[in-house]
Design a protein around this ligand. Structure first.
Ligand SMILES: Cc1cc2nc3c(=O)[nH]c(=O)nc-3n(C[C@H](O)[C@H](O)[C@H](O)COP(=O)(O)O)c2cc1C
Length: 328
């Protein structure tokens, strides 16, 4: 049977595409920059990187930007499936501007019940930066999450070896020190906090003064100095990456990250990306060498853990209006 031409396929109505794109835009993005643009021509839905939303100091090559767009692309496919639509995705179609990341054709599937639970999952997933409980996610559950990356050709490795975790902690600390003295990066990061517009990270989602390291003490504070931890006892880490360090592999890493994050949310786990160590190129290379043994190129780290039961829910990060991101 020959492949039908685009003109022969019954295209999704604009209202369906609008619904799918608004669900896709619930995806996580670096600093909540929402660096995507969508265009629907009545048959093909195109996803492009919005380079005006790039972070030149922290993300000069656009790795985090592309991962964010990959997450939105996966959210779109996930939402379509939940609502009874099929998607055919062509990644990196030819484009003179080199901003086009994917073309998607949305077609109706046979009779299919709407998966409300999956739509709820898109709405409940969030970045919860409060400290995880001390109870670590068991290794087999981490490995189940890692397996979800394979269909995208993405490598996901859980750091279960104490030595690897220790090395990563040292490197992550070094990255933080590096970033603390880089004014351009600090200023850029600050510009994305507590904005008046529906983007960026609201202050009420950032932890207040870092929680004290030591348990509550009967004594008043003394002068003994201690370094702040980047990883606490119960935190587990998954490294995501690929064989290359280019736009195509970042896009797929974003899709895999979204798949992992949604399933972790379904299982009651909490996921928080940790991109600073990757943003410092020398440290990214050192992670590839000394933690991953050069098995693959690291693109992003994910902290995975459990939030204490009964904690209050968090307000959602804002999203830009659909009219700003979708052109029909
Ligand atoms: C590529 C990427 C890198 C991120 N890096 C960090 C990070 O280093 N630290 C952090 O706390 N959150 C990080 N985030 C989470 C975003 O800040 C978060 O997704 C965004 O503010 C939207 O909030 P939401 O996930 O609750 O919808 C990252 C997200 C992405 C997609």
């Amino acid at each position: 049977m020959s492949t039908p031409r685009l003109s022969q396929i019954e295209a999704a109505p604009t209202a369906v595409v609008e619904r799918l794109v608004s669900l896709a835009c619930l995806a996580p993005s670096v600093h909540n920059t929402q660096p995507w643009r969508w265009r629907y021509d009545g048959g093909r839905l195109s996803l492009s990187a919005d380079l005006r939303r790039r972070l030149p100091a922290e993300d000069p090559r656009g790795r985090n930007l592309t991962i964010s767009c990959g997450a939105a692309l996966h959210h779109l496919q996930f939402a379509a499936r939940a609502l009874g639509w099929d998607t055919t995705v062509v990644r990196l179609p030819p484009d003179p501007d080199e901003t086009l990341l994917a073309d998607v054709v949305v077609t109706r599937r046979g009779h299919h019940a709407i998966e409300r639970g999956d739509i709820d999952l898109l709405r409940t997933r969030c970045t919860d930066r409060r400290r995880f409980t001390a109870w670590p996610v068991p290794q087999d559950r981490l490995e189940d999450l890692c397996r979800l990356a394979a269909p995208w050709g993405v490598r996901a490795q859980a750091l279960v070896d104490d030595g690897d975790r220790f090395r990563l902690e040292l490197l992550a600390n070094r990255a933080l020190t590096f970033l603390e003295i880089d004014r351009d990066r600090q200023d850029e990061q600050d510009r994305w906090i507590d904005r008046a517009t529906p983007e960026g990270i609201p202050l009420d989602l950032l932890p207040d003064d870092p929680e004290p390291l030591q348990a509550r003490s009967r004594f008043r504070p003394g002068v003994l100095e201690d370094t702040r931890l980047v990883l606490h006892g119960g935190d587990r880490v998954i490294v995501l990456g690929g064989h290359g360090d280019d736009v195509g592999s970042w896009l797929r890493t974003g899709e895999a990250m979204s798949a992992i994050w949604l399933e972790a949310t379904r299982a009651g786990m909490s996921v928080v990306p940790m991109s600073q160590p990757i943003e410092v190129e020398s440290i990214r290379r050192e992670i590839g060498r000394s933690v991953l043994g050069r098995a693959f190129e690291p693109h992003l780290l994910l902290r995975v853990g459990w939030q204490a039961i009964g904690r209050r829910g968090l307000p959602r990060t804002p999203r830009r209006p659909l009219a700003d991101v979708l052109q029909v």
